[in-house]
Design a binder for this molecule. Structure first.
Ligand SMILES: Cc1cc2nc3c(=O)[nH]c(=O)nc-3n(C[C@H](O)[C@H](O)[C@H](O)COP(=O)(O)OP(=O)(O)OC[C@H]3O[C@@H](n4cnc5c(N)ncnc54)[C@H](O)[C@@H]3O)c2cc1C
Length: 593
């Protein structure tokens, strides 16, 4: 993967992909597994025994934990060796994010520090800035944070009013303004702060140290969850920042902010997988201990349904997370080989995969919300008790739908960005959509029975893509530029795209695992079958919602015919399949897929 880009961001919708080309978590090598084990050991010894102390924000504890993480080398996984890091791949850093993602508030501090707290400087800093800050951030000597949000500028982040003006002697920028909801704000040593220079319409970025004069902090916010994560409001009152601390070029701040957020969203996908696996473990061990009506509650079909569904959504999220991460690693390599500035080229790759990043963020955070919600339910009254971990998991999960861009913003981004790339000719969206329109009139009922397993499921996924393509084309023709105002329809499209991306990633993973055969492989097949069955029915409903919202007459008839055909699938005994998945989980008494 040195000379050409195997797949561009968003291209999964129109390109035939070879399952062999995707990465699956079963392919981690020994070194990656050792890093994963170090993360797990750290959680077991330093985080899980101290959860109450962490949530009480015991003074200095989170800072100390980050320091210890640094001593183990876990803050430096993907930092290049020239800045005292280990130069590992993005996939490896994702694996660490997954395992540490089970660490409740600690996971938020870790993610913030290693992601949005460190990477703006690593990717956009000049040599001097990188030499000064990155080794300290990589070792944990310093902690990092990222200051974009303001009281009046949340989702509309570019509307911030924090202002920077050059001092008379031109040696410093003088910052005035206010930032809020800043993770790690209570203890971070270095902040990437976004502000507008003079009367610029766009943001610039600055590296600000905690000790610079004119910076002050409000007390910790009181929050619904992630109570151990530090979150502060920060004030800049004639805060003096050396001119050498302008990050990137003047006016480049919004681009930096967005590209860093793409990366943060993919990382969040990894975090939620770790959190979900931990919560499934808590759910199944409780279900295997609690007796009612003279039997363990894990023997009830209603509980098995929940356990199986927790597994399915987690497995699918995991499949998408590692597929996208490796695609991204390939893209990083491709852009670095082509370009001259490693940092900016890496960011170009993140920008390329903004669609997948938004999809992982939304799909993953909603999967975790399902997992934690049903975990509380499986625990009954004990789930509502503050003495169990599931209450913490339930509260901590909720933030994932809000930060790193809300799910509303990210959901819109998925379909809107794909269509924009199509309109620019970067991916042949409309040509492929036209082919779908051309074939609809002659479609006839399909016989699924005589197809081989992989071919049949591949065909379903191909058909789901056709639903997305035909609806995108019909909606674009109907609304043209005004489609952006039709958020409900864009949301229908995005949900269809996320479902088919999940289905295809899981299908390819199962295909790659064909060689292992046996009982475990059969369970993977069941996960796939239930997910594809659900996806087909959900896509049908989403498609109907969209079609009835804007299409009339012959166009509507054509779209309905296409939708019926492309969402038709053979019957699946989902009850039995879910029971098989749950039974395996119950017998192992831990997540084991
Ligand atoms: C615990 C926590 C930690 C955080 N950490 C950081 C951090 O480290 N650094 C940082 O810079 N920020 C951080 N944030 C801020 C976070 O990113 C913002 O809260 C988030 O982007 C949403 O902004 P907002 O709160 O102003 O909500 P708003 O933008 O006011 O949104 C309110 C509602 O309106 C919806 N909405 C807004 N615009 C649209 C639209 N165009 N179309 C449809 N719906 C829309 C939103 O989706 C949401 O449902 C953190 C927030 C929290 C709560």
């Amino acid at each position: 993967m040195e000379d050409n880009l195997l797949i561009k961001g968003g291209e999964f919708l129109v390109k035939e992909i070879n399952p062999e080309d995707i990465f699956i978590p079963e392919e981690f090598d020994e070194e990656q597994r050792m890093i994963g084990q170090t993360c797990q050991d750290f959680l077991e010894t330093e985080v899980f025994p101290n959860l109450d102390r962490i949530d009480a924000q015991e003074k200095g504890l989170m800072r100390e934990l980050l320091m210890k993480t640094g001593e183990l080398g876990l803050l430096a996984i993907s930092i290049p060796e020239e800045y005292e890091g280990f130069g590992q791949s993005f996939v490896t850093s994702m694996y660490a994010s997954e395992i540490l993602g089970a660490g409740y508030s600690y996971a938020v501090a870790y993610s913030c520090h290693t992601g949005i707290g460190t990477l703006p400087i690593l990717y956009y800093g000049n040599d001097e800035q990188k030499q000064k800050y990155i080794p300290k951030l990589a070792s944990g000597e310093w902690a990092g944070a990222y200051c974009l949000t303001e009281p009046g500028a949340g989702s509309d982040a570019n509307s911030g009013t924090t202002k920077a003006v050059l001092s008379e002697d031109e040696s410093e920028y003088i910052l005035n303004g206010q930032k809020m909801w800043i993770t790690n704000g209570g203890f971070a040593d270095v902040f990437t702060v976004f502000a507008k220079i003079d009367n610029d319409r766009v943001l610039s970025a600055f590296i600000v140290e905690r000790t610079f004069p004119g910076i002050s902090f409000n007390p910790e916010e009181k929050k619904m969850g992630i109570k151990g994560s530090s979150t502060c409001q920060i004030f800049f009152n004639d805060c003096r920042v050396p001119v050498g601390n302008l990050l990137g070029k003047r006016g480049e701040g919004f681009r930096i902010a967005l590209n860093i957020l793409h990366m943060g969203r993919i990382k969040l996908g990894g975090n939620v997988v770790g959190a979900a696996k931990k919560t499934i473990n808590d759910s199944v061990t409780y279900a295997n201990e609690r007796k009612q009506f003279n039997c363990l509650i894990s023997e009830f079909g209603a509980i098995k349904y929940k356990l199986a569904e927790q597994v399915i959504r987690t497995f699918v999220t995991e499949s998408t997370v590692y597929r996208a991460s490796k695609d991204l690693d390939n893209a990083i390599q491709y852009y670095i080989n082509k370009g001259e500035d490693k940092g900016r080229d890496t960011m170009e790759a993140f920008n390329q995969f903004g669609i997948e990043a938004a999809a992982l963020k939304v799909f993953g955070s909603e999967a975790l919300d399902y997992v934690v919600d049903e975990a509380v339910q499986i625990h009954g009254g004990m789930g509502y008790s503050a003495e169990m971990n599931v209450d913490r998991a339930y509260r901590d999960s909720r933030i994932n739908r809000i930060f790193e861009g809300t799910n509303e913003i990210n959901r819109l981004l998925v379909s809107d960005t794909i269509m924009k790339r199509g309109a620019k000719g970067e991916i042949p969206l409309m040509d492929e959509a036209q082919k779908v329109f051309d074939e609809i009139p002659a479609l006839e009922e399909e016989d699924f029975e005589d197809k081989d397993y992989f071919e049949k499921n591949n065909n379903y996924v191909r058909n789901f893509k056709k639903v997305a393509l035909m609806l995108m084309k019909a909606a674009s023709e109907k609304f043209a530029r005004k489609l952006i105002m039709e958020q409900e329809i864009l949301n229908n499209l995005s949900d269809i795209i996320m479902l088919l991306y999940g289905a295809e990633s899981t299908l390819f993973r199962v295909k790659k695992l064909e060689s292992i055969k046996g009982e475990t492989f059969e369970l993977y097949q069941k996960i796939l079958e239930v997910f594809i069955y659900d996806a087909a029915h959900m896509i049908k409903k989403l498609g109907l919602d969209a079609i009835y919202s804007f299409a009339y007459g012959d166009v509507r008839d054509l779209l309905l015919k296409g939708l019926d055909h492309y969402t038709a699938i053979a019957p699946v005994n989902v009850k039995e399949a879910r029971r098989n998945i749950a039974d395996h989980l119950i017998s192992e008494n831990r997540y084991c897929f």
